[in-house]
Design a protein. Structure first.
Length: 471
């Protein structure tokens, strides 16, 4: 077995002996063979320490259990975009985007065509088994005409469209340098598949361009066949629709010699027209006394409550003070009255995970948000909520409650839209996360260009919120 494989496959948690070194795929599935060919190519080319494998949703995602290389999981269909990020950030890396047909040819169609046309040296291994294998056997873009699936129980027909021939589609673009379709149903085809995967990887290592190998693979489980029957099905049913062979083979001389990316903050700032001006800082240090070295905040409300704006102001304020901060918005159906929320992480060093499962601080602008997220707040945390419209639920993990009539205060000030700034003032007074001037500076900066006339009412809203939180 190639040394690129892990000594023990952790997918089998307590497996020993042969089980610890066998994949979990269904009997007759093509993924195991493809893993073997990919691992052998990586070993032969001596690029294990440079290789990054990208695997998205689907059976492809399990690649990381088996190959001892760099691994990144991508969202459904987004593997080529993630692969491009890896390649451009580290041009010496050898990047393999490992994708299935439901992933690459459906939700990821735009991403794969863009990456292919761009032509930057990447290797895509496309596993085509004509079905959504992992998620229940639904019809895929490559499902054959007449083939029965969970979503085409009577068989795919003309109203469902014709199957996509991805190798031909990619080969027709200018960017790719090598495109081939191979199969696994007999020894001859397996040898060719191994050669194609190696060649695709080698052309990337040489800096010649984008390479794409489509592998027709068996899925006995959803075909309801034995492994041998499924091999025959690929040969007799798939190959006439997806002809094997090289679709494009025109590698140019090596051309990909980019300069190493520049990560120096001053150099990057100069390149984008930044300024060397240092914003004033008011913190005496990171607010570790209350929340350790990493503060997790969640701000939630209905569409129009301003949760996203308040979250962005907090994030910018933290960055201005010299801390690392992230803001992850989640809009949901807020335009129709649902809950919109944002996760904010602030760290003294580096934010390691932007998600906030158990916030230290929750700002809730309505009852649904308070009910949904209140119970997840840490026991030592703080909940600031708009008492004009919400009442605290019963179970809140002993978190400290600070009710402030944000909406009412905003209306009194003649500007209902500033209730989120009222909430920020209340948050500051209740937690002392930052000095007042830190947040006020962020508010002024956000309004400076086009809304300078609103600075006064926003400052008043902030101070009224702070006053209400301490009375």
């Amino acid at each position: 077995m190639s040394t690129v494989f892990y000594d023990r496959f952790l997918r089998h948690d307590h497996g020993i002996g042969l089980k610890a070194q066998s994949t979990h795929y269904c009997a007759g599935c093509g993924h195991g063979l493809i893993h073997r060919y990919l691992a052998q190519a990586i070993e032969d080319l001596q690029v294990q320490d440079r290789t990054v494998a990208i695997s998205p949703v689907g059976c492809s995602v399990f690649l990381h259990y088996y190959l001892d290389v760099g691994n990144t999981q991508a969202a459904h269909g987004r593997a080529p975009a993630v692969a491009l990020g890896h390649k451009l950030a580290n041009p010496d890396s050898v990047v393999v985007s490992y994708q299935g047909d439901g992933d690459l040819a459906s939700i990821g169609l735009a991403e794969i065509l863009f990456a292919a046309q761009l032509g930057i040296p990447l290797t895509v291994v496309f596993v085509n088994n004509a079905i959504y294998g992992m998620t229940g056997g639904q019809m895929a873009p490559t499902t054959l005409m007449g083939q029965k699936t969970a979503t085409s129980p009577a068989g795919r027909d003309r109203l469902m469209g014709q199957p996509l021939r991805m190798a031909e589609m990619v080969a027709a673009l200018d960017g790719p340098v090598y495109v081939e379709r191979v199969a696994l149903y007999d020894a001859k085809r397996r040898v060719q598949a191994e050669k194609a995967i190696r060649k695709a990887l080698e052309l990337q290592v040489q800096g010649r361009g984008f390479t794409f190998v489509e592998v027709l693979a068996e899925c006995p489980t959803h075909l309801h066949m034995t492994p041998r029957e499924s091999e025959q099905w690929v040969k007799e049913a798939m190959v006439p629709v997806f002809p094997l062979g090289v679709k494009k083979d025109a590698p140019p001389d090596p051309w990909f010699h980019p300069r190493e990316p520049q990560f120096d903050p001053e150099a990057v700032s100069a390149a984008i027209g930044g300024t060397s001006h240092v914003s004033p800082r008011y913190c005496q240090g990171f607010p570790a006394a209350f929340h350790g070295r990493d503060v997790a905040l969640k701000l939630a409300g209905a569409g129009g409550d301003g949760a996203q704006t308040a979250a962005m102001l907090l994030t910018r304020a933290a960055i201005t003070e010299g801390f690392d901060a992230t803001h992850i918005p989640s809009y949901g159906p807020e335009s129709r009255g649902g809950t919109s929320y944002a996760d904010v992480r602030i760290a003294e060093g580096e934010v390691l995970s932007p998600a906030v499962a158990s916030p230290d601080i929750l700002v809730a602008f309505n009852s649904p948000s308070l009910a949904k997220f209140g119970p997840s707040v840490a026991a030592t945390g703080t909940i600031v909520y708009d008492s004009s419209v919400a009442k605290p639920p019963g179970e809140l993990n002993n978190a400290r409650l600070v009710g402030v009539p944000c909406s009412q205060i905003a209306v009194t000030l003649g500007s209902p839209m500033v209730k989120n700034i009222v909430a920020l003032g209340a948050l500051q007074a209740a937690t002392r996360l930052f000095p007042e001037e830190t947040l006020l500076t962020a508010i002024r900066a956000a309004l400076a260009d086009k809304k300078a006339g609103l600075v006064a009412v926003n400052e008043a809203a902030f101070r009224e919120g702070a006053r209400a939180a301490t009375t």
